[in-house]
Structure formats: C-alpha cells, structure tokens
Design a protein around this ligand. Structure first.
Ligand SMILES: [Zn+2]
Length: 200
C-alpha cells in the first residue's frame, strides 16, 4: 500500500463526521466489503485499517470496488468530460460484445438518456455512433492485415450479422469490405513506388 492510498487524519475525520465538504475531494473504499463511498455516507463507521482512499470514483472502479447503493459515489460527482471518458473506455474495452444503450448506461452508472446526451455533447457523437466507429476501425484493421473471412471479421468486430456489417461498412467508407481489402492491399504494395515518385 502506498502513501496515497492510506487514509490521512483529515480524511478519517471527514469520514467519521460524514462531512459532505469532502465529497469532491476523495472517496473511500473498504477492503472488507469491496464497496466505496463518499465521505458523507451515513453508513456505519468502518474500521480505519480496512479503509483505502482514491481521488476519483473511476480509480476505485478500476481497482475492482463497487459503488455504495446508499450514497451513490459515482453519481453526479464526476465532471461530464471525465464521465464521457469513462464511457469511451468502457466502449473501447467491450465493443466486441453485444451492447445496447441501457447496458452501457448500467455499466457506466447513469440513465440511458443522460448518458446519451452528455456523451454526445462532450464527444460530438452518440455512444452508439462511437461504438460503430470502433467496430468499423477494428474491421478495417483486420481487412488490411489479416486473411480472415469477412464473416469472421464481422463477428470479431462485434457486428451481429455479416449483411448488416457489409451495408454499414459501405455506408461509412464508400466501399464493400471486399473492395476495401483489395484496395488497401494494392496500395500497400505500391507504397515504395509512390514514395520514389515524390509522394504524388
Ligand atoms: Zn456509501
């Protein structure tokens, strides 16, 4: 355990007094229960030895702790940008899975409506559009650098079926997956010649 994780006297006082002035400064987690709380949480005062602190709820989440249902330490405390980043990271880690807006919302601790709106405002595209972009990028990469079949690539990029994948891919890139594969491979083969000609 390093110094940052150890609860300081000031933090301990805030926890003992349920001091909401500290709610934006840190959160604390209990090793025994695996739950984390805001300093103001009215839950029973834990044993200090079992307490570990974090600067942000996201850190506690990534360390495997779960938010307390009583004080909801992940709600409304995160600035929008940070929350949007958290959502983006979730999508980046799970885009191959079947994801619906409510699943994303459950995992990122917000309502679907709120999540959709905040993400769009911060990132400029909706969570589902972002998800689609991740899947398309993954598929592009595979088309260029693997010899997997298009059906397999669609499945591994998280697309529910291959015809949907082909339609969407064409809509986004202007090419069918097969054409895209052929073009990018031909281009890669010609690369050195293009450079010799001054990149024109
Ligand atoms: Zn709590």
């Amino acid at each position: 355990m390093n110094e940052i994780e150890r609860v300081t006297d000031a933090q301990w006082k805030a926890i003992a007094n349920n001091d909401s002035a500290y709610d934006n400064k840190f959160i604390y987690a209990l090793r025994t229960t695996g739950i984390f709380c805001k300093p103001s949480c009215k839950s029973r005062l834990p044993n200090r030895r079992n307490v570990r602190t974090f600067h942000h709820a996201t850190e506690a989440l990534s360390a495997g702790f779960r938010p307390c249902k009583r004080c909801k330490p992940t709600h409304a405390r995160l600035p929008d940008e940070e929350w949007a980043d958290e959502i983006a990271r979730f999508l980046e880690a799970h885009y191959v899975d079947e994801l619906r807006l409510h699943t994303i919302a459950d995992n990122c601790h917000g309502s679907p409506y709120h999540l959709h709106r905040i993400f769009k405002r911060v990132k400029g595209l909706t969570p589902m559009e972002y998800l689609q972009q991740l899947r398309i990028n993954h598929a592009k990469e595979q088309l260029q650098h693997s010899s997997l079949t298009i059906t397999r690539i669609a499945g591994e990029a998280g697309f529910p079926n291959v015809s949907y994948f082909i339609t969407l891919f064409k809509k986004v890139t202007g090419y069918t997956p097969a054409m895209y594969r052929e073009i990018t491979r031909t281009e890669a083969g010609q690369e050195h010649r293009v450079i010799e000609n001054g990149g024109v």
